[in-house]
Design a protein around this ligand. Structure first.
Ligand code: CDP
Length: 222
């Protein structure tokens, strides 16, 4: 099937690493987090109350989310299009960050999105990144990696990313938000963030991106 699952906490480098591993192997890269972000962005756009589980779940079920290979070379790893609008960067705004973990805790949202993700993963030749790919979405993946790093290192990476885009950022605030999201993601009842029993855990605190990529490529030949 040739499916590689990469899970891990917020800003652990999953997207950068995942897209480069996919490129090296000629596989599709699929970042499942953007689907949860797209639902959150759409709910906020339509002024749906985020605590209204039924209304938010209906969005996940009814609104087609297109995730396509990148059309522009501006650092994106895919295009995210909803209702004809390119929301690739909009869905990474702090307002979405602040609400996405609540949205991702809803059963209706998870059922709708993970069904689509599983269909894509089972086609094979795909690197899929998220929180529950190895545990729930594609437990039969050929290789499962859990990419970890300390909250401080992850907040620093997220800070550098935002500054590189020319936007303002506050490190202390980012660190608090990263910790909050970790907490919600790992303590939720449904598909909480955790390494699969057979996942290879890579701690990237002292590794640069290329070293992480090399490790994963070496593991993939097992
Ligand atoms: O890029 P970052 O690590 O900050 O987050 P993301 O991968 O874009 O995911 C955003 C949020 O979606 C996470 O904090 C989770 O709450 C949720 N998510 C999930 O529940 N399951 C997934 N497979 C992927 C994301």
């Amino acid at each position: 099937m040739n499916t590689i699952a990469i899970d891990g906490p917020a800003a652990s480098g999953k997207s950068t690493v995942g897209s480069k591993v996919a490129n090296a192997l000629g596989y599709l890269f699929f970042d499942t987090g953007v689907m949860y972000r797209a639902v959150t962005w759409t709910a906020l756009k339509h002024k749906v109350n985020i605590s209204d589980e039924g209304a938010v779940s209906a969005i996940a079920k009814d609104i087609p989310i297109d995730v396509q290979p990148p059309s522009t070379d501006d650092g994106r790893s895919s295009d995210v299009v909803v209702e004809g609008e390119d929301i690739t960067w909009a869905c990474r705004k702090p307002e979405v960050d602040a609400n996405v973990s609540a949205v991702a805790s809803y059963a209706g949202v998870r059922a709708a999105l993970s069904e689509q993700q599983r269909r894509i993963g089972l086609r094979g030749k795909v690197v899929m990144v998220g929180r529950d790919i190895g545990t729930v979405v594609i437990p039969e993946a050929n290789l499962k990696v859990y990419l970890d790093a300390s909250a401080e290192e992850r907040a620093k990476r997220r800070y550098d990313e935002i500054i590189a885009r020319g936007e303002d950022a506050d490190y202390a605030e980012i660190l608090t938000k990263v910790k909050e999201r970790d907490h919600v993601d790992s303590t939720r009842a449904l598909s909480p963030l955790r390494p699969a029993d057979d996942a290879v855990i890579i701690d990237s605190d002292n590794l640069d991106i290329n070293q992480v990529i090399e490790k994963i490529l070496a593991l993939n030949t097992r």
